[in-house]
Design a binder for this molecule. Structure first.
Ligand code: ADP
Ligand code: 5GP
Length: 210
């Protein structure tokens, strides 16, 4: 018998910046399939329209370092010169309730989560843009970052993309609706894994006196 895993799991989404992770996370959210988005803490400046506690919790570097020292992060990393981290407590509480939690984190964070959690509780998806040119166009079209910030993100894109083969699933975000369908399908099949069946089968098995 396979070791029962939790009803919930973390769904890691990684991608080169601008590939459409936030957009896809929103598309998934709109499907109301019972997913919870983990809100990271960052030292980056808010973009126009980003709300405290929705996009991120925005803190200064000293505060972030105190929280690292206190062991409050399940994972943290420096990305594009800013710190980003995931709350250990938020994820533990969500998994305790059986929720599926989306982590929008980079490859360094994904590695730490795989190292810090049971492998059955971690599902990772790498999102690829259709090409480098599409990525550059999307970063420009987003219109929220200064040209030098965009240039830095394009320089880092190949480095992030090179980690695609560390992930369980790969989704190419060419057509947004199709990529959203594919992500939702991943969530569905992962929920159907035998190791999570105990939660759904309890009543059925009891009816067979099993
Ligand atoms: P990320 O969170 O990966 O940095 P965003 O979700 O902010 O990227 O997307 C970057 C830009 O690309 C946004 O302007 C978004 O509207 C656009 N975008 C996302 N997915 C697609 C797609 N499939 N086709 C065209 N544009 C897209
Ligand atoms: P952005 O500044 O565009 O919101 O995010 C930049 C990069 O940081 C993205 O690749 C995003 O996935 C990553 N990121 C956001 N939050 C976290 C986090 O909590 N941990 C890690 N490791 N990366 C994060």
């Amino acid at each position: 018998m396979m070791r029962p895993c939790g009803k919930g799991f973390v769904l890691i989404l990684s991608a080169p910046s601008g590939a459409g992770k936030s957009t896809l996370a929103r598309v998934l959210d709109e499907r109301h399939i019972g997913l919870l988005k983990s809100v990271s803490t960052t030292t980056r400046q808010p973009r126009p329209g980003e709300m405290e506690g929705e996009a991120y919790f925005f803190v200064d570097v000293a505060h972030f370092q105190e929280r690292i020292a206190a062991g409050e992060f399940l994972e943290w990393a420096e990305v594009f010169g800013n710190y980003y981290g995931t709350s250990r407590r938020f994820v533990a509480e969500a998994l305790g309730r059986g929720d599926v939690v989306i982590l929008d984190i980079d490859w360094q964070g994904a590695r730490q989560v795989r190292g810090n959690m049971e492998s059955a509780d971690v599902v990772s998806v790498f999102i690829m843009p259709p090409s480098r040119d599409h990525l550059a166009e999307r970063l420009r079209a987003r219109g929220q970052d200064a040209p030098e910030v965009i240039a830095r993100r394009m320089e880092a894109a190949a480095a992030e993309a090179s980690h695609w083969d560390e992930y369980d699933y790969i989704v190419v975000n060419d057509d947004l609706a199709r990529a959203g369908e594919e992500l939702a399908a991943i969530v569905s099949v992962e929920r159907l894994r035998r190791c999570r069946a105990e939660w759904r089968l309890r009543g059925i098995l009891e009816s067979f006196a099993l």
